[in-house]
Design a protein around this ligand. Structure first.
Ligand code: PRP
Ligand code: URA
Length: 213
């Protein structure tokens, strides 16, 4: 049986383009950066949930009985990668308020660029949930590939990634290591620099969200 291949969806919506342009600017301060990351997450969430299944339900409006379509079945779980992924959680929850939230703690060693794990807590029934990993930056892909691996080891099967900026190197790495994961990407940039930063990028997303630099 052949392995299922995930989708790669790059957003082409003008609102997303405009907002990404705004957060790239060095002049955008912490509050505006954080607020805009949240808004972009909300917009990408709209696209990433396009294939969720619906079911017909009989209801009564003030006028008459009718049939409406509501979200069906499998429950959802948002998993931010700490720290920067936290910036996308509120935007996601604004769209899917009933979702559970797991957390994965990973940071990228600045010397080796390898991901270092420090935390993982997800809902016990995550294997039956549709998982939405959120992290604004897909650079080498090491952190997100490690997060996917951690989730798969805990039984997760239906995994989607939402990120704001991606380098071609990171997309390629993720497709090689976890070809089954669907990728929803705000914008694809040119390349990585010698320090593993996305070019032109937006700098260090975690530091810009939390004002730590
Ligand atoms: C950033 C970002 C990703 C990772 C991407 O996190 O949020 O998790 O780097 O890089 P990669 O694709 O090369 O692995 P960082 O390690 O800076 O941690 P932070 O969010 O705590 O600042
Ligand atoms: N992590 C970031 O926050 N920014 C980059 O450009 C690469 C990794």
């Amino acid at each position: 049986m052949s392995e299922q291949t995930g989708k790669v969806v790059v957003m082409d919506h003008p609102l997303i383009r405009h907002k990404i342009g705004y957060i790239r600017r060095t002049t955008t301060g912490t509050k505006d950066f954080r607020d805009t990351i949240s808004e972009i997450a909300m917009l990408i969430c709209y696209e990433a949930t396009r294939d969720l299944e619906l079911q017909e339900v009989e209801i009564e409006t003030p006028i008459c009985k009718t049939t409406v379509r509501e979200l069906k079945g499998r429950k959802l779980c948002i998993v931010p990668i700490l720290r920067a992924g936290l910036g996308m959680v509120d935007g996601m929850l604004a769209m899917i308020p009933a979702a559970k939230v797991g957390h994965i703690g990973l940071y990228r060693d600045p010397g080796t660029l390898q991901p270092v794990e420090y935390y993982c807590k997800i809902p016990p029934d995550s294997g039956n949930r549709e998982i939405f990993i959120v992290d604004p930056m897909l650079a080498t892909g090491g952190s997100i590939a490690a997060a996917v691996q951690m989730l798969k080891e805990r039984g997760c099967k239906h995994i989607h990634l939402l990120c704001i900026l991606a380098a071609p190197e990171g997309i390629e790495y993720l497709q090689k290591t976890h070809p089954d994961v669907d990728l929803y990407i705000g914008e694809v940039d040119e390349r990585l620099n010698d320090h593993g930063y996305i070019v032109p990028g937006l700098g260090d997303a975690g530091d810009r969200i939390f004002g730590t630099k």
